[in-house]
Structure formats: structure tokens, C-alpha cells
Design a protein around this ligand. Structure first.
Ligand SMILES: *Cc1c(COP(=O)(O)O)cnc(C)c1O
Length: 251
């Protein structure tokens, strides 16, 4: 069981890292949203993060996200919490996400864009999303190729029930023993350059979701507007996804 006092200490420590990196870069720390990534953690520790002032929660599995949203729907602390989906998204799971006000960070192909548009039209809503870019061309990571991003953004921005609000990336993991933040920084700079180019034609494509526990300072230095932080907030991950206290309610 995670100790909730340590979660509020962790949130403060992460905020401190964000504000120091922001200050060093001449940025305001309130330009950067902390998305606390609670994958594998039980709902009560997510509530502890929200009670410690976190407004944004991230998950990487649709079933886990849905189970936690349902479980916490009536928790008073959660009334203003915003949910983010940051994992690989299978087209057939788009339905379970659309219409819940979730920001999807991981849209990386036309088939998925089409599925989200179809579902959003049916749900009579506008689905907000980021386009994930595989800046390091890493076969282990999701994201569209750097060469495809302009066309994918143009395609998605044309659809009536979608709103593309920015870009997301996960840089390649450097070899063991390398400084992860230093290695990631050029990849974060790459995403920012892509955003700076796109924003001239699509001003709404402004957000940069980049940076995790190990490299968030480098991401903030390169312009991140959202950092996705798991272990530095919640401690080590649990052994597997949290799928609900009531198995009959699982997706
Ligand atoms: C798990 C995860 C994170 C957070 O990773 P930490 O290293 O625990 O901070 C960020 N982004 C994505 C896409 C993730 O899956």
C-alpha cells in the first residue's frame, strides 16, 4: 500500500523540479501541466495525488482508465480532475474512450483518426487529441514517422469532430549508464521544431507532451507544456494493471 504522505511530498518535489527547469529556461512554471501517470496504481493513490493538487491523471490502458474513471466518478476530490490517455490505442478500443472528456495523447495513424472521428460523430462530441511522433524512429515506440506528421495533422485537423491540440513523443531509451535527460534533450528539441513549423498553419497545435520522471527537466527546457510523470509521483509500479474492485464491471 502506498503511503499518501509520501505522494504529497513526491508531488511537491516534482513541482520543484518543474519550476527550477522552467526558471532556468525563462519560462513560467504554470505553463507546464503535471500529468500524474497512475498506471498499475489503485484508485486511492490517484485521489491522494489529486488531493496534493494534481489536476491531470494519465493512464496507458483503456480498460484500466475506464475502471478508474468509473470507480472515482463520485469522489468529491475528483470533480475537476482531467484524464489523459497516453498508451498505445487499438482502433477497436476507440469507442470506450470517446465521449468521456479524455485527452488522447497517442494518435499516430489515419485508421485511428478515422475511428475517433466516427465515434465522436456518433457521440456528438469533439474529441481532443495530440499526435504522437516517433522522433527517434525507435521501433519500440509508438508514434508516426517524422516524415508523416504534417500530413497526419492536416488530415485530422480537417475532421469536424476532432481537435488536435498538440504533439506528444517518447524518445528512445539510451544505453544503460547514459544520462537519460541529456540523451533525450535533442529529441525533445526535435518535437518542438516540428510544433513550431506546424503551428504556423494550425495555431491550435500548440501543446508539447514530453518528459517523464527521468527526463522532465530536459523536456521543460525544450518547451514541454505537459510532462507525464509516473514513478516520481507514485513510486515503483505495481505488478500489473489495476482492473477494478468489481470483476463483473471489467470491460
Ligand atoms: C508510464 C509512462 C510515463 C511515465 O513514466 P515514468 O518513468 O514512470 O515517469 C510517461 N509516458 C508514457 C507514455 C508512459 O507509458
Amino acid at each position: 500500500m502506498t503511503d499518501t504522505t509520501s505522494i504529497s511530498d513526491n508531488v511537491m518535489a516534482v513541482r520543484d523540479r518543474i519550476s527550477r527547469a522552467a526558471m532556468a529556461a525563462g519560462r513560467q512554471s504554470d505553463e507546464i501541466r503535471l500529468v500524474a501517470v497512475g498506471k498499475t496504481q489503485p484508485p486511492e493513490v490517484l485521489v491522494a495525488a489529486v488531493e496534493a493538487g494534481v489536476c491531470d491523471l494519465g493512464e496507458n490502458r483503456v480498460s484500466e482508465l475506464a475502471a478508474k474513471m468509473d470507480q472515482l466518478a463520485r469522489a468529491p476530490a475528483m470533480a475537476n480532475a482531467k484524464w489523459h490517455f497516453i498508451g498505445r490505442l487499438q482502433t477497436r478500443k476507440a469507442r470506450a474512450l470517446v465521449g468521456r472528456g479524455v485527452l488522447v495523447h497517442s494518435v499516430d495513424r489515419r485508421g485511428l483518426v478515422d475511428a475517433l472521428q466516427r465515434r465522436a460523430l456518433a457521440a456528438e462530441c469533439v474529441q481532443q487529441m495530440l499526435i504522437q511522433v516517433n522522433v527517434g524512429d525507435d521501433p519500440a515506440k509508438g508514434g508516426c514517422d517524422v516524415q508523416e506528421v504534417d500530413a497526419l495533422v492536416a488530415y485530422a485537423c480537417d475532421l469536424p469532430n476532432l481537435q488536435v491540440t498538440g504533439l506528444m513523443t517518447m524518445p528512445p531509451l539510451p544505453p544503460d549508464g547514459t544520462d537519460q535527460a541529456a540523451a533525450a534533450r535533442p529529441w525533445f528539441a526535435r518535437l518542438r521544431e516540428i510544433r513550431d513549423r506546424l503551428v504556423a498553419d494550425w495555431p491550435q497545435v500548440s501543446e508539447l507532451s514530453m518528459g517523464m520522471s527521468a527526463d522532465l527537466s530536459a523536456a521543460v527546457a525544450e518547451g514541454a507544456t505537459m510532462v507525464r510523470v509516473g514513478t516520481a509521483v507514485f513510486g515503483p509500479r505495481q505488478s500489473g494493471p489495476w482492473l477494478g474492485s468489481d470483476p463483473s464491471e471489467r470491460l
